[in-house]
Design a protein around this ligand. Sequence first.
Ligand code: XMP
Ligand code: MG
Length: 236
Amino acid sequence: MLHQSDTFSILYYMLLIPIQWKSAANQFLYPPEYQSHFSGLVLSHEKIRARIRELAALLHQHCQVHARARPLLVCTLKGACTFFVHLTEELQLLRQGFDVEFVRAKSYVGTESSGAVRLLLGQEDADGLEVLEHFKGRHVVLVEDILDTGTTLEKLVPVLHEKGQPASIQVVTLLDKRLKDGTEKKFKADFIGFSIPDVFIIGYGLDYNELYRDLRDIFVISQAGIEFDAKKLHDG
Ligand code: XMP
Ligand code: MG
């Protein structure tokens, strides 16, 4: 015989299970055109944001103990843009002052590091030489999306030292890829958000041929995602 309490539990589960199922299916919000373009989740948005809060606290502590000066936060475009926005927001909540600058570095073609890094740094002087006048004497915090082989930072950091003459450069990267068979990185970051496996990832600012930067979470790209023709989205 069914007790009143059993009836309540059956009703409860009849209601709850569909709600839970619906929320699991909607857990990751992404544009519908990206359906089947991922083969797995690497980091959820919530996990990323929680870690960025911790990174901001570490940076704030570092600024107070070591530099004691207002840092110049330098975003490496385009990939680090989303990370930069959320990191600066957390620093604001800690009442940490900062200035901002942007540089652009490009090394990937498709899912492979091209080895050749193109840098676009700052303004040009009258002779057409690039100048980084805002860097002089500053404690720079370079904000990177992902550190893979280290090729980009191995090239970028010495150039910033040489052309900008900053007092110091610290590097904060959201992601640090673990390289296959213990290969040494050419560059090591000072602050790291997450160590991730050696797979090609997309989302949260990271792209595959300029697509997928608009994802909230970080995923592994699927074969369908690699093969997708981005032009289909542009033609309206
Ligand atoms: P390196 O090898 O120079 O690589 O340390 C760093 C730069 O390469 C890009 N990169 C990726 N971009 N998914 C991406 O969307 C990835 O899995 C990935 N791995 C490296 C990125 O621009 C980074 O700054
Ligand atoms: Mg980058």
